[in-house]
Design a protein around this ligand. Structure first.
Ligand code: ADP
Ligand code: MG
Length: 311
């Protein structure tokens, strides 16, 4: 029996650092990433999740520039757009990589909604900057007109901030399980999933962004995955990252992970959510989480590199 893994792919897999986000460049990056994932299919069934921060940001800029001609969509609809565009790039690249190796597998990307609590504390203190930068004058107008919350971002201008609530339940989880049972490679919960609230049985999108690492952990728990694999820009997690006394970690217990998180080794905008996701998955399931660079995935799966978070 193959093992089941949720594989979260980071920003690097979609946009190579320093490259313009043209469709051509993105396809090329995604196809490279899918090559690494296809290498694990002998041993694993996989569900692929991905981020969408930069892509949603770009849509918000496009909407802003065209707002006098076409009414802007709310963020939940933009999230759905990126699940579609990135999902398309992923499934096409995956099929191309599979056929290159003469492998026959079915592949599907699924629009995925994730329930959040409308009383989540995050709605009281929006924290996630999204979209373009504005002048103070424009920002004040937008706050008054649209009720947006905007903050000055490190001297670069004003930016909208949205809440990042905790993902609670995956609306399409039974569909994901059905697809897996039928041997389909599934792409789901793209961009952390589309945040929705459940109001007396009716679903409704909300303007928020769910962290993709947290959503990946929830998905891995809900489908009873054997492993959570988070692919990102580093081969291993480090203590004192980027400092002269940096040390890379091969193995990290949940207890150590919690301690180092409290000590500030894992920033909230980058490695923090991955470690939190790992802690969540490992604590809930008693299984392990692997964090590594996709280029090192093969080596990491055989235990030669990467960082493993263990009970
Ligand atoms: P992704 O797009 O995969 O979510 P992020 O940029 O959000 O990637 O987070 C991963 C990055 O976090 C790494 O590439 C690295 O630059 C940075 N990082 C911050 N702290 C650490 C740490 N303690 N160990 C390793 N990498 C870290
Ligand atoms: Mg990230």
């Amino acid at each position: 029996m193959k093992k089941l893994a949720v594989v979260a792919i980071g920003g690097n897999a979609v946009n190579r650092p320093g490259e313009k986000p043209t469709a051509e460049n993105m396809f090329s990056a995604v196809e490279e990433a899918m090559g690494y994932l296809v290498d694990m299919l002998d041993e694993y069934d996989i569900v692929i999740t991905h981020g969408n921060g930069p892509q949603v940001g770009n849509i918000l800029i496009q909407q802003e520039m065209a707002k006098d001609i076409i009414p802007p969509f709310p963020i939940d609809v933009n999230d759905a757009q990126t699940q579609g565009s990135l999902g398309y790039m992923i499934v096409q690249s995956l099929r191309n990589q599979l056929s290159k190796r003469n492998l026959r597998r079915e592949v599907a990307a699924l629009i995925t909604q994730i329930i959040v609590d409308k009383n989540d504390e995050a709605f009281k203190k929006p924290s996630k900057p999204v979209g373009p930068f504005y002048s103070e004058e424009e920002a004040k107008k937008l706050m008054a007109e649209k009720g947006w919350i905007m903050k000055e971002d490190a001297g670069r201008g004003w930016r909208r901030v949205v809440p990042s609530p905790k993902p609670l339940d995956i609306v399409e989880k039974e569909v994901i399980k059905l697809l897996l049972k039928n041997d389909v490679i599934v792409v789901a919960a793209g961009g952390g999933g589309i945040p929705v609230i459940n109001e007396d049985g009716r679903l409704k999108g909300v303007e928020a962004v769910i962290d993709k690492d947290r959503a990946s952990a929830l998905l891995a728990i809900e489908i009873d995955a054997d492993e959570l694999i988070i692919l990102t820009g580093v081969e291993k997690v480090a203590l004192n990252y980027g400092k002269p006394n940096q040390v890379y970690l091969d193995r990290l217990t949940v207890e150590e992970a919690n301690r180092y998180l409290k000590e500030g080794h894992f920033p909230s905008g980058s490695m923090g959510p991955k470690i939190e996701a790992a802690i969540d998955f490992v604590t809930t399931t008693g299984k392990t989480c692997l964090i590594t660079d996709m280029k090192k995935l093969k080596e990491a799966l055989s235990g030669r590199t990467g960082t493993r978070i263990v009970p």
